[in-house]
Design a protein around this ligand. Structure first.
Ligand code: GMT
Length: 379
């Protein structure tokens, strides 16, 4: 199939999932066209069947806001025609599903039918999409998609609760390329980050409010009172500055390392002992899955789709979102006993195996085929 993939090219989970999906589909022989405003961060290798088309939005002083949706829908029209793309898969409803629908209508005028598959990722529904300013447009573009998928059952339920949806929503969980986590390097270079006695606690995110960064630091503060430990914070975002200040205030600044955005997540997770994800809401929690695939147990909140992934008492523990004490207690319980830590590491990996991309990617292929078949029979 010739598939157009629209996504955010940044470090966020939706862009990562879209990129990994495209790369795997390309390996299976499909022709993949990524269409977005810059090269997706995990798209390192272009090959004969992986293409990247940049959407440019020319600056014009009259526009207070540059019209990205307009530029994107025009680009989609051009790329569908030029590369004979058969199906568009848009990740994140805003504004991708809306732009894709516009492209579909423009192409229809020329007798070209292009079905749209929309994958809902989370914040496009729970935080941004349901805002009254966006809600009518998001509802419309979900309902006008030819197929809709969500990354967890919890996100599906949120979508049905928050919007008037007339389409079937199919749950296809996020996935992981386990081969990437069969470390080729046996030496994790742990000594770069901590000494032998220190436990390494890690968090990776875009440092938005929803990630509860101050709670991560407070949980770590409790852990380091009980044992030697280091906290690695990976990512960039609006909460970073306040986080640095909080570490200073708590007197733990020298035990916390801010690493910024990284393309070496596998290396960082290789030497991590525990992953923290106390988010207020999380449709899935891809970063936690990446941690589990590396054999890192997860201490998380029980919000959104996280319980579909982190199994309480097996791959880690779940607590109510603000329950810092419970999360600290669970973290210490795992870390304080070497044999227990080893057991949790093994179990985290086993749970992650359920999300192997070889099991999940065929579900998307099935949706493409079904959608293509039904849209051709209708047009
Ligand atoms: O977590 C973020 O703020 C980034 C966001 C995104 O759109 O990239 O992540 C969402 O999609 C990921 C991939 O499906 C999920 O793993 C995250 O849980 C989800 N984030 C939230 O729901 C807050």
């Amino acid at each position: 199939m010739r598939i157009g993939i629209v996504c955010y090219p940044t470090f966020g989970g939706s862009g990562v999932v879209a990129t990994e999906l495209g790369l795997e589909l390309a390996k299976k022989g499909h022709h993949i066209h990524f269409i977005t405003y810059s090269q997706p961060v995990r798209l390192e290798l272009l090959s004969h069947n992986v293409h990247y088309h940049e959407v440019n939005v020319p600056e014009y002083p009259l526009f207070h806001y540059q019209p990205y949706e307009l530029a994107l829908s025009s680009k989609l029209v051009d790329m569908v025609k030029l590369h004979k793309i058969e199906i568009l898969h848009v990740h994140y409803a805003i504004p991708h599903a809306y732009a894709a629908y516009m492209a579909k209508k423009m192409l229809q005028e020329e007798g070209i039918y292009i079905p749209i598959v929309t994958t809902l990722h989370g914040t496009d529904i729970t935080l941004v999409g349901s805002h009254p300013f966006y809600k009518p447009a998001v509802t419309f573009s979900i309902n006008k998609s030819d197929a809709v998928t969500s990354v967890s059952q919890s996100l599906k339920e949120d979508t049905l609760r928050l919007f008037d949806i007339k389409r079937e929503i199919e749950v296809i969980p996020n996935f992981i390329d386990l081969d990437k986590y069969k470390f080729l390097f046996t030496d994790c270079q742990r000594e770069m980050m901590a000494n032998e006695k220190q436990k390494i606690i890690t968090h990776i995110s875009n440092f938005r409010k929803v990630k509860q960064i101050p709670n991560i630091i407070r949980i770590f503060n409790n852990i380091q009172k009980k044992m030697p430990a280091k906290l690695l914070l990976v990512g960039e975002g609006p909460e970073r500055e306040g986080a640095e200040k909080l570490c200073e205030d708590l007197g733990i600044a020298e035990k916390v390392i801010f690493l910024g955005n990284s393309n070496e997540i596998d290396k960082i997770l290789c030497f991590s002992d525990l992953f923290l994800l106390p988010s207020l809401t999380e449709s899935f929690g891809l970063a936690a899955l990446e941690a589990m695939a590396s054999g890192v147990p997860v201490i998380s909140s029980n919000s959104g789709g996280i319980p579909e992934l982190n199994e309480h008492g097996v791959s880690g523990f779940l607590s109510n979102p603000h329950d810092i004490e419970d999360m600290s207690k669970n973290a210490i319980y795992i870390l304080e006993d070497e044999a227990r830590l080893k057991k949790f590491k093994k179990q985290a990996k086993e749970v992650a195996n359920r999300f192997d991309l070889h099991n999940i990617v065929p579900l998307y292929e099935k949706i493409y085929l079904k959608t293509l078949k039904s849209s051709y029979s209708m047009n």
